[in-house]
Design a binder for this molecule. Structure first.
Ligand code: DC
Length: 232
C-alpha cells in the first residue's frame, strides 16, 4: 500500500510520515531529502541548470541511498549537509527542473515498487503515485510553520530571524504552488489536515485511523481520481 503526504514545508510532514510509517510497519520515503541531495550534487559539480546534457549526465552518474534516517550521496553521508539554508534556497530552482523531477519520480517509483511505503513531498499524490490508496495534504498556518522551522534552525546553530524564515518560506510556498510542473496542490481525493492546533501525535493518530480503515476494508480501492479533496 502507498500512503502519500504532501504539503508545504513546516507543516510537519516529515515527522508525521516517519511516525506513521513506524506505527504501520511501512517504509518511509522522504522525497525532499532526495531533491536536497541532488541539489548538493548539482552545486558541487557546478552544473548549469540550463545545460540539459550536463544535468542528465550528472543524474546518470550519481547514486542516492536512503538507509534508515540517512542520506548517502555516492556513499558519502550527507544527511546534515543537505539541511543548510544554502541547500534549502538552491533546491527551489532544481525542483523546478522537469528533467530532475522526471528522474526523481522514476527513482521514487522504483524504491516503492512492491513495498508498503509512506511517501512525503509535494507531488507524491498528484504525480508520482496518483494511484496511492491513501492521500493526505498536510498544511498549517504560515506563521506557525515559520516558528517551527525557526526553532529547528536555532537548535542547529543558525542565526536567522523569524521574519527572515517567514519571508523565505512564503517565497518557497509561492514557487512550489505556482511551478508549471508538479505544482504543490492537494491531490484529488486527498484528505486535508491542518496541523496548526494539533500535536504530532494527534496528526498521526488521524492518519493512522484512516489508513487502517482502508487496510481493513475488503473494498479498498485507489482513491477516485476525480473526487474532490476533503477536509477533516
Ligand atoms: O520538503 P523539503 O523542504 O525537504 O524539500 C526540499 C525541496 O524539494 C523544496 O524546494 C521542495 C522540493 N520538493 C519537491 O519539489 N517535490 C517533492 N516531492 C519534495 C520536495
Amino acid at each position: 500500500m502507498i500512503v502519500t503526504i504532501d504539503g508545504p514545508s513546516g507543516a510537519g510532514k516529515s515527522s508525521a510520515a516517519r511516525l506513521l510509517a513506524e506505527r504501520l510497519g511501512f517504509d518511509f520515503l522522504d522525497t525532499g531529502a532526495m531533491f536536497r541531495a541532488v541539489t548538493l550534487a548539482v552545486l558541487r559539480a557546478k552544473v548549469n541548470l540550463t545545460d540539459q546534457d550536463a544535468l542528465a549526465q550528472l543524474l546518470d552518474s550519481i547514486r542516492l541511498d536512503l538507509p534508515a534516517g540517512k542520506v548517502l550521496l555516492d556513499g558519502e553521508d550527507v544527511t546534515g549537509l543537505i539541511r543548510t539554508p544554502e541547500i534549502t534556497a538552491a533546491s527551489g530552482p532544481i525542483a523546478g527542473s522537469p528533467l530532475v523531477r522526471r528522474r526523481l519520480a522514476e527513482w521514487q517509483r522504483r524504491i516503492a515498487a512492491g513495498r508498503s511505503v509512506v511517501c512525503e513531498g509535494r507531488d507524491q499524490g498528484t504525480v508520482v503515485f496518483p494511484e496511492a490508496q491513501c492521500k493526505f495534504f498536510l498544511s498549517a498556518d504560515p506563521l506557525e510553520r515559520a516558528r517551527r522551522r525557526h526553532r529547528e534552525l536555532c537548535e542547529s546553530g543558525a542565526t536567522l530571524t523569524l521574519e527572515e524564515v517567514l519571508q523565505s518560506q512564503e517565497a518557497r510556498d509561492r514557487r512550489d504552488a505556482a511551478r508549471a510542473i508538479a505544482p504543490m496542490v492537494p491531490a484529488a481525493a486527498a484528505i486535508l489536515l491542518d496541523s496548526t492546533a494539533l500535536s504530532l501525535d494527534q496528526v498521526v493518530a488521524r492518519m493512522e485511523e484512516e489508513v487502517r480503515r482502508r487496510l481493513n476494508s475488503p473494498l479498498t480501492t485507489c482513491a477516485a481520481p476525480d473526487s474532490e479533496p476533503r477536509t477533516q
